[in-house]
Design a protein around this ligand. Structure first.
Ligand SMILES: *Cc1c(COP(=O)(O)O)cnc(C)c1O
Length: 202
Protein backbone atom coordinates (compact mmCIF):
# COMPACT_ATOMS: atom_id res chain seq x y z
CA UNK A 1 0.00 0.00 0.00
CA UNK A 2 2.91 2.37 -0.51
CA UNK A 3 3.71 4.54 -3.47
CA UNK A 4 1.23 6.68 -5.37
CA UNK A 5 -1.58 8.35 -3.50
CA UNK A 6 -4.89 6.66 -3.98
CA UNK A 7 -7.33 9.19 -5.45
CA UNK A 8 -10.04 7.76 -3.23
CA UNK A 9 -8.05 8.94 -0.25
CA UNK A 10 -7.88 12.60 -1.17
CA UNK A 11 -9.75 15.01 1.09
CA UNK A 12 -12.05 15.89 -1.83
CA UNK A 13 -12.92 12.21 -2.37
CA UNK A 14 -13.67 11.82 1.33
CA UNK A 15 -16.00 14.81 1.29
CA UNK A 16 -17.79 13.45 -1.77
CA UNK A 17 -18.12 10.08 -0.08
CA UNK A 18 -19.61 11.70 3.02
CA UNK A 19 -22.11 13.53 0.83
CA UNK A 20 -23.18 10.27 -0.80
CA UNK A 21 -23.56 8.60 2.60
CA UNK A 22 -25.53 11.49 4.08
CA UNK A 23 -27.83 11.43 1.05
CA UNK A 24 -28.37 7.71 1.46
CA UNK A 25 -29.32 8.19 5.10
CA UNK A 26 -31.68 11.02 4.25
CA UNK A 27 -33.09 9.06 1.30
CA UNK A 28 -32.02 11.78 -1.06
CA UNK A 29 -30.52 11.62 -4.52
CA UNK A 30 -26.83 12.62 -4.29
CA UNK A 31 -27.29 14.70 -7.42
CA UNK A 32 -29.59 16.97 -5.40
CA UNK A 33 -26.59 18.23 -3.43
CA UNK A 34 -24.00 20.53 -4.99
CA UNK A 35 -20.59 20.62 -3.38
CA UNK A 36 -19.25 24.17 -3.39
CA UNK A 37 -15.50 23.98 -2.72
CA UNK A 38 -14.63 27.12 -0.76
CA UNK A 39 -11.16 28.09 -1.96
CA UNK A 40 -10.78 31.44 -0.17
CA UNK A 41 -7.18 32.23 0.87
CA UNK A 42 -5.82 29.38 -1.28
CA UNK A 43 -3.83 29.98 -4.43
CA UNK A 44 -3.94 28.34 -7.85
CA UNK A 45 -1.40 25.69 -6.78
CA UNK A 46 -3.83 24.36 -4.17
CA UNK A 47 -6.87 24.75 -6.42
CA UNK A 48 -5.46 23.06 -9.56
CA UNK A 49 -5.40 19.52 -8.11
CA UNK A 50 -8.99 19.88 -6.95
CA UNK A 51 -10.05 20.94 -10.45
CA UNK A 52 -8.01 18.05 -11.86
CA UNK A 53 -9.99 15.70 -9.61
CA UNK A 54 -13.16 16.84 -11.31
CA UNK A 55 -14.49 19.54 -8.99
CA UNK A 56 -16.10 22.39 -10.96
CA UNK A 57 -18.09 24.44 -8.44
CA UNK A 58 -16.05 26.77 -6.24
CA UNK A 59 -16.80 29.55 -3.80
CA UNK A 60 -15.00 32.69 -2.67
CA UNK A 61 -16.15 35.27 -0.15
CA UNK A 62 -14.16 38.26 -1.41
CA UNK A 63 -14.77 39.76 -4.83
CA UNK A 64 -11.24 41.16 -5.10
CA UNK A 65 -9.65 37.82 -4.32
CA UNK A 66 -11.95 36.04 -6.76
CA UNK A 67 -11.08 38.50 -9.52
CA UNK A 68 -7.38 38.04 -8.91
CA UNK A 69 -7.44 34.24 -8.90
CA UNK A 70 -10.19 32.90 -11.08
CA UNK A 71 -9.99 34.39 -14.59
CA UNK A 72 -6.72 32.54 -15.27
CA UNK A 73 -8.00 29.28 -13.78
CA UNK A 74 -11.18 29.56 -15.83
CA UNK A 75 -9.16 30.09 -18.97
CA UNK A 76 -7.27 26.88 -18.34
CA UNK A 77 -10.28 24.78 -17.33
CA UNK A 78 -13.75 24.64 -18.81
CA UNK A 79 -17.06 24.53 -16.99
CA UNK A 80 -16.01 26.25 -13.78
CA UNK A 81 -18.86 27.74 -11.79
CA UNK A 82 -17.87 30.34 -9.22
CA UNK A 83 -20.11 31.29 -6.30
CA UNK A 84 -19.64 34.42 -4.28
CA UNK A 85 -20.58 33.43 -0.77
CA UNK A 86 -21.31 36.78 0.80
CA UNK A 87 -24.47 38.01 2.47
CA UNK A 88 -26.14 38.17 -0.92
CA UNK A 89 -24.68 35.21 -2.73
CA UNK A 90 -24.57 35.21 -6.45
CA UNK A 91 -23.52 32.51 -8.79
CA UNK A 92 -22.83 33.88 -12.23
CA UNK A 93 -22.76 31.14 -14.80
CA UNK A 94 -23.30 32.37 -18.35
CA UNK A 95 -26.29 34.68 -18.22
CA UNK A 96 -27.94 32.97 -15.30
CA UNK A 97 -27.63 34.61 -11.91
CA UNK A 98 -28.64 32.64 -8.85
CA UNK A 99 -29.20 34.61 -5.69
CA UNK A 100 -29.25 33.27 -2.17
CA UNK A 101 -30.41 35.42 0.73
CA UNK A 102 -28.51 34.87 3.96
CA UNK A 103 -30.62 34.40 7.07
CA UNK A 104 -28.91 35.42 10.30
CA UNK A 105 -30.54 32.60 12.24
CA UNK A 106 -28.52 33.28 15.39
CA UNK A 107 -29.30 37.04 15.27
CA UNK A 108 -25.57 37.68 15.62
CA UNK A 109 -24.75 41.40 15.36
CA UNK A 110 -21.35 40.79 13.70
CA UNK A 111 -22.89 38.69 10.95
CA UNK A 112 -24.55 39.72 7.74
CA UNK A 113 -27.98 38.49 6.80
CA UNK A 114 -31.64 39.07 7.41
CA UNK A 115 -33.22 38.25 10.77
CA UNK A 116 -35.44 35.15 10.63
CA UNK A 117 -38.57 37.09 11.58
CA UNK A 118 -37.90 39.64 8.83
CA UNK A 119 -37.09 37.19 6.06
CA UNK A 120 -40.61 36.71 4.69
CA UNK A 121 -41.06 40.47 4.25
CA UNK A 122 -37.56 40.83 2.82
CA UNK A 123 -38.19 38.13 0.22
CA UNK A 124 -41.51 39.71 -0.68
CA UNK A 125 -39.78 43.08 -1.21
CA UNK A 126 -37.08 41.43 -3.33
CA UNK A 127 -39.74 39.92 -5.55
CA UNK A 128 -42.34 42.63 -5.70
CA UNK A 129 -40.39 45.83 -5.33
CA UNK A 130 -37.07 44.98 -6.95
CA UNK A 131 -38.03 42.22 -9.35
CA UNK A 132 -35.26 39.97 -8.06
CA UNK A 133 -35.52 36.24 -8.45
CA UNK A 134 -34.25 34.74 -5.22
CA UNK A 135 -33.35 31.10 -5.67
CA UNK A 136 -32.83 30.11 -2.09
CA UNK A 137 -31.58 30.80 1.40
CA UNK A 138 -28.23 30.44 3.05
CA UNK A 139 -27.28 30.30 6.70
CA UNK A 140 -24.10 30.29 8.69
CA UNK A 141 -24.97 29.11 12.22
CA UNK A 142 -23.24 30.58 15.28
CA UNK A 143 -19.85 28.92 15.75
CA UNK A 144 -20.48 27.56 19.23
CA UNK A 145 -24.04 26.35 19.01
CA UNK A 146 -25.43 23.07 17.69
CA UNK A 147 -26.26 23.85 14.05
CA UNK A 148 -29.35 21.62 13.73
CA UNK A 149 -31.94 24.18 14.92
CA UNK A 150 -30.43 26.75 12.56
CA UNK A 151 -30.62 24.39 9.61
CA UNK A 152 -34.19 23.47 10.53
CA UNK A 153 -35.26 27.11 10.80
CA UNK A 154 -33.67 28.07 7.49
CA UNK A 155 -35.32 25.11 5.76
CA UNK A 156 -38.69 26.03 7.25
CA UNK A 157 -38.44 29.66 6.08
CA UNK A 158 -37.43 28.49 2.60
CA UNK A 159 -40.34 26.06 2.44
CA UNK A 160 -42.98 28.58 3.36
CA UNK A 161 -41.58 31.00 0.78
CA UNK A 162 -41.51 28.43 -1.99
CA UNK A 163 -37.71 28.46 -2.29
CA UNK A 164 -36.12 25.20 -3.32
CA UNK A 165 -32.42 25.89 -2.79
CA UNK A 166 -30.69 25.80 0.59
CA UNK A 167 -27.03 26.69 0.99
CA UNK A 168 -26.00 25.40 4.40
CA UNK A 169 -23.40 23.18 5.97
CA UNK A 170 -19.64 23.66 6.12
CA UNK A 171 -16.70 21.34 6.86
CA UNK A 172 -17.83 20.57 10.39
CA UNK A 173 -21.49 19.92 9.71
CA UNK A 174 -22.34 19.35 6.04
CA UNK A 175 -23.68 15.78 6.52
CA UNK A 176 -26.12 17.15 9.10
CA UNK A 177 -27.10 20.01 6.79
CA UNK A 178 -27.89 17.45 4.08
CA UNK A 179 -30.21 15.72 6.53
CA UNK A 180 -32.03 19.04 6.89
CA UNK A 181 -32.35 19.52 3.15
CA UNK A 182 -29.22 21.40 2.07
CA UNK A 183 -28.92 21.57 -1.72
CA UNK A 184 -25.54 23.37 -1.59
CA UNK A 185 -22.86 22.59 0.97
CA UNK A 186 -19.96 25.02 1.27
CA UNK A 187 -16.86 23.10 2.24
CA UNK A 188 -13.43 24.69 2.60
CA UNK A 189 -11.18 23.27 5.30
CA UNK A 190 -12.13 19.63 4.72
CA UNK A 191 -10.94 19.95 1.11
CA UNK A 192 -8.08 22.45 1.23
CA UNK A 193 -6.87 22.15 4.82
CA UNK A 194 -6.64 24.81 7.50
CA UNK A 195 -6.56 28.44 6.38
CA UNK A 196 -3.97 30.88 7.63
CA UNK A 197 -5.78 33.35 9.90
CA UNK A 198 -6.54 36.66 8.26
CA UNK A 199 -8.37 38.48 10.99
CA UNK A 200 -11.99 37.67 10.31
CA UNK A 201 -14.65 35.53 11.86
CA UNK A 202 -15.47 33.40 8.84
C1 LIG B 1 -15.19 30.01 4.66
C2 LIG B 1 -16.60 29.76 4.43
C3 LIG B 1 -17.10 28.45 4.36
C4 LIG B 1 -16.24 27.19 4.50
O1 LIG B 1 -15.94 26.95 5.83
P1 LIG B 1 -15.11 25.62 6.26
O2 LIG B 1 -15.41 25.50 7.70
O3 LIG B 1 -13.69 25.90 5.96
O4 LIG B 1 -15.65 24.51 5.48
C5 LIG B 1 -18.45 28.29 4.10
N1 LIG B 1 -19.26 29.34 3.95
C6 LIG B 1 -18.82 30.61 4.01
C7 LIG B 1 -19.78 31.72 3.81
C8 LIG B 1 -17.48 30.87 4.26
O5 LIG B 1 -17.07 32.14 4.31
Amino acid sequence: MSGATNVLETPLAKVRDQIVRACAEARRDPSSVTLVAISKTFGADAIEPVIAAGQRVFGENRVQEAKAKWPALMQRHGGIELHLVGSLQSNKAKEAVTLFVEVNTGAEPQKAGVLPEETDAFLKACRERYGLVIAGLMCLPPAHEPPAPHFALTAKIARRNGLSLLSMGMSADFPLAIEFGATHVRVGTAIFGERAARGETQ
